[in-house]
Design a protein around this ligand. Structure first.
Ligand code: NDP
Length: 286
């Protein structure tokens, strides 16, 4: 069966989101540098994290938002990290807190996510925000899951009654994506490391979301003709960044597919900015 494949352009969607946010900030009367402000916590010794927080700062500044990097030293104790986060929680001039993984080994990222004031949780990972998501009432959603849903929205496909398969069940991607797909009345299956016959699940997916972090785990030949494929994975192979799906073959079978790089990534960055603006509004009671 021959299928016309559309490659979803994450950079173009990120530009649209950027324009929407710019319009919203102007409606709110926010002046550049005087509105939403976010602290980004990252491992001081991780060069990739340092580069990412600079990139984040660049996108934020383009919108007149402020990002303040906060590097965690490897000799910091849990108490010191807790105190630093509590200080950010109390600081009324900081509206969002972003935690860039991986953190220094002694710091459990799950524990860190519970310390953040849920109203400042721009990644939507605090347990209170997860519970609200469970009831379909989250004001601040998981940024990556929201990015995945925004890419699916671009296809204009109705999800009601469709077979949706999510591969990966992490707290920050797989599980929240599963919840949002259920909200759209997709029949949702979540696969994980113990799933038997992953291929059979993938083969019946009308909508396939993959968030594992293993290059080319999903073979192109497994994709149902006409499926929508969203690849969240980021893997560095040699000097190339690739996703979890075998793009070359999968893109001959899917109706829509997100590339890596240039798919979920840029949209996620803008979703963090959108969440920061939402967090700011929450704290200003707007
Ligand atoms: P985690 O490592 O937290 O989760 C990976 C998940 O995949 C786990 O649920 C794991 O199960 C499952 N898994 C492992 N092996 C298999 C397998 N063979 N078959 C099925 N499931 C398996 O990663 P994240 O969810 O944080 O991230 C996933 C990927 O997405 C990474 O490559 C990450 O870099 C990328 N990412 C991209 C973002 C973007 O904006 N583009 C944002 C966030 C993440 P178990 O826990 O049981 O081992």
């Amino acid at each position: 069966m021959s299928v016309t494949t559309h490659v979803l352009d994450g950079k173009a969607i990120a530009r649209q989101l950027n324009d929407e946010l710019r319009a919203e900030l102007s409606r709110l009367g926010v002046k550049p540098g005087q509105g939403p402000r976010m602290a980004t916590i990252y491992d001081a010794q991780n060069q990739a994290s340092g580069r990412f927080s600079l990139a984040q700062r660049h996108y934020a500044e383009g919108l007149g938002l402020t990002v303040e990097p906060m590097a965690l030293r490897h000799d910091m104790s849990r108490d010191q990290v807790q105190q630093a986060i509590e200080q950010l929680n109390r600081n009324a001039a900081i509206h969002g807190i972003f935690v860039q993984n991986p953190l220094p080994q002694q710091i459990d990222p799950q524990w860190v996510s519970t310390l953040i004031d849920p109203r400042k949780d721009v990644e939507g990972i605090h347990p209170q925000n997860s519970i609200r998501r469970f009831f379909g009432k989250a004001r601040i959603g998981s940024c990556t899951a929201l990015a995945v849903m925004r890419l699916i929205e671009e296809t204009k496909a109705s999800l009601e009654g469709k077979e949706a398969v999510v591969v990966g069940h992490s707290e920050i991607v797989g599980r929240p994506v599963g919840m949002l797909l259920l909200d759209k009345l997709a029949t949702t299956t979540i696969c994980h490391v113990a799933t038997q016959n992953l291929r059979a699940h993938v083969e019946r997916a009308d909508i396939l979301i993959v968030a594992v972090g293993q290059p080319r785990l999903i073979k192109g030949a497994w994709i149902k003709p006409g499926a929508i494929v969203i690849d969240v994975g980021i893997n560095v192979v040699g000097n190339k960044v690739v996703g979890d799906v075998e793009f070359e073959t999968a893109s001959t079978r899917a109706s829509f597919i997100s590339p890596v790089p240039g798919g979920v990534g840029p949209v996620t960055v803008m979703m963090v900015m959108k969440n920061l603006v939402e967090a700011y509004k929450l704290q200003q009671s707007i």
